[in-house]
Design a protein around this ligand. Structure first.
Ligand code: ARG
Length: 566
């Protein structure tokens, strides 16, 4: 909380020495271990050494400078060359609350990104398969990270790297040719295509030669066989419709939908480069790159000449480096692809480039159902869209029973239902597996998205149609523990966002919001906010308003709507 004052003091003194003595001195501002001496302490040894003047003179001078500034400081004293000061908690609190209210939606913004470019690769569902709840994590984490990065001053570029290429399309085409029927598929594309995909795997268990046929079919696609490409493009369009429905619902957008297929004609040059650099080795007809003793080699070309997932990712990363000029690229992809991204990095450094450390695999765990992994292939996948609809209808029921006269119930239920799902995901450290419990997630109490929205609604109703004068507050109230706790949390908003950006972890913000909401609800239970005493009321309203601003903005960074009513 006193970080800002510390910085201000540092600047104040450094400017002073620059102006008066034309000397660039770096001032150290610390928090003394023994807090009875003060909240802040500034040792002047460097100043004495640099300016070569008597210590008492310099100490007195510095005390005077601090005393005549406008910072919220209660008292200044000195012990030897140490200047010790106590912070005026009331004034400091008021300054923080005022700052939040003035800045409103820009409160918490940071400049750590400093105009650098971050490319984000997220969502990236596999075409012709259902958009599974597994992709939800990537979609929501990626979207939130994009918003967090923007808030920190980064330029972002969001890519939906569709899984629209690879042997699985060979499988689709073989399945379609054997058992498919166009009219049937058009009635319910994703489900029918998924059924075909499941059927392919069942049949291939009995008849392994189907796998060879599938590889051959994909090979034809890579050689641009018109019939196969047309089939592929039709499947892609139909599949994308389902994903777009989900993005619309979640209000998620991308700057590019260039998926794996986009790189079909961009792989040769990378493969040639590997060849020229003598990295490509023949292995039982296939082409591989050895990556060292600690890692299996990367398979770059199959013996039939077909490309692989990593071949396409390698082509993609160079394309992105050249076109989006990233300083950092985030791949929001499950834990199971850890090795894949390690190999990608190693390949880049083996090729003699030095940007491998700009690549971050933002990994995450699985969604479990009854402790078991969900999988598309076995056909027991739970569709994200169905879960979202279920969540929305559960939210609708709760809202209808709590607040039957509410106008706009559908719209609100939609935002609450989505908040339930999104928050249930983002509150967890992303590396962990999640056992998903919808019942729990939609609840208006506990660690849920609707709980945070409900806290916001509570504040909205307190402040509705009310005016207050922040310059007519009793700032000494802020020193009371249940006020001070909230002020302290508000002051940590920016640092929290920065930490979430550095650690690429939206859960840091989610947890922060939960504790802010719980402090506010405690405050609400202890204090009559809309009290008759004008000055107290102004103070309470100002505090509530600041909480509202942080809650609103914090939820936005997670991809959740702040609501006025519910
Ligand atoms: N489509 C892939 C999957 O669902 C994820 C792609 C992740 N991004 C990447 N550049 N490899 O497994």
């Amino acid at each position: 909380m006193i970080n800002k004052i510390k910085l201000d003091l540092k600047k104040l003194l450094e400017n002073f020495y620059l102006e008066k003595y034309n000397s660039n001195i770096s001032i150290i501002v610390e928090e003394p271990k023994n807090s009875s001496l003060g909240d802040i302490s500034i040792p002047l040894f460097t100043v004495v050494k640099t300016l070569r003047r008597p210590m008492p003179e310099l100490v007195n001078e510095a005390v005077e400078v601090i005393n005549s500034c406008n910072l919220p400081i209660l008292s200044v004293s000195n012990v030897g060359a140490f200047i010790n000061l106590f912070v005026d908690k009331s004034k400091l609190s008021l300054a923080i609350i005022k700052d939040a209210i003035e800045k409103d939606a820009t409160f918490g913004a940071s400049t750590i990104g400093n105009g650098k470019n971050v490319t984000l690769d997220y969502s990236s569902p596999n075409i012709a398969k259902s958009f599974s709840i597994g992709h939800l994590r990537s979609t929501m984490i990626g979207n939130s990270l994009k918003l967090i990065m923007q808030k920190c001053g980064y330029n972002t570029f969001a890519i939906n790297y569709l899984g629209d290429w690879g042997t699985q399309f060979g499988k689709m085409i073989v399945a379609y040719k054997n058992w498919g029927n166009k009219e049937e598929i058009l009635k319910d594309p994703i489900n029918k295509l998924t059924e075909l995909y499941v059927k392919f795997h069942d049949e291939a268990e009995k008849n392994p030669s189907l796998e060879d046929e599938a590889r051959e079919a994909f090979r034809k696609m890579e050689l641009k066989d018109p019939e196969y490409l047309e089939l592929w493009s039709w499947i892609r369009e139909e599949s994308l419709k389902e994903s777009k429905q989900i993005y619309d619902l979640l209000e998620i957008s991308f700057d590019s939908y260039n998926g794996e297929a986009f790189y079909n004609d961009k792989m040769d040059s990378v493969v040639n480069e590997l060849e020229e650099k003598n990295l490509l080795v023949e292995d039982q007809g296939a082409k591989i790159v050895n990556l060292g003793d600690d890692m299996p080699p990367a398979l770059i070309k199959r013996s039939d000449g077909g490309s692989l997932y990593i071949t396409r990712d390698l082509a993609a990363v160079f394309y992105r480096k050249n076109n989006y000029k990233f300083d950092k690229i985030l791949y929001v992809v499950g834990n199971e692809q850890k090795l894949h991204f390690e190999q990608l990095k190693r390949l880049i450094s083996k090729m003699g480039y030095d940007f491998q450390d700009e690549i971050e695999h933002v990994n995450f765990g699985l969604y479990l159902s009854g402790g078991k992994k969900m999988s598309t292939r076995k056909g027991n996948v739970t569709k994200l869209y169905d879960i979202l609809q279920k969540s929305i209808s559960m939210a609708y029921d709760i809202i209808s029973s709590k607040n039957p006269d509410l106008a706009n119930k559908e719209q609100i239920a939609k935002y609450v239902g989505i908040a339930a799902i999104v928050f249930a995901d983002l509150k967890n450290f992303r590396g962990l597996d999640i056992e998903f419990n919808l019942e729990q997630a939609v609840k208006f109490e506990g660690q849920t998205g609707p709980y945070l929205q409900y806290t916001g609604v509570r504040i909205a109703s307190i402040l509705r149609d009310k005016e207050f004068d922040i310059n007519n507050c009793d700032s000494s109230l802020f020193e009371k523990p249940h006020y001070f706790e909230i002020v302290k949390q508000i002051s940590q908003f920016q640092a929290t966002i920065e930490r979430a950006a550095v650690e690429t972890s939206p859960s840091i913000i989610a947890k922060y919001l939960l504790s802010l909401a719980s402090s506010f609800n405690k405050f609400y239970s202890l204090e009559k906010i809309n009290t008759d005493n004008e000055v107290v009321r102004n103070t309470n309203f100002a505090l509530a308003k600041a909480v509202r601003i942080v809650l609103n903005e914090g939820l936005r960074l997670l991809g959740i709507h702040y609501l006025e009513e519910m």
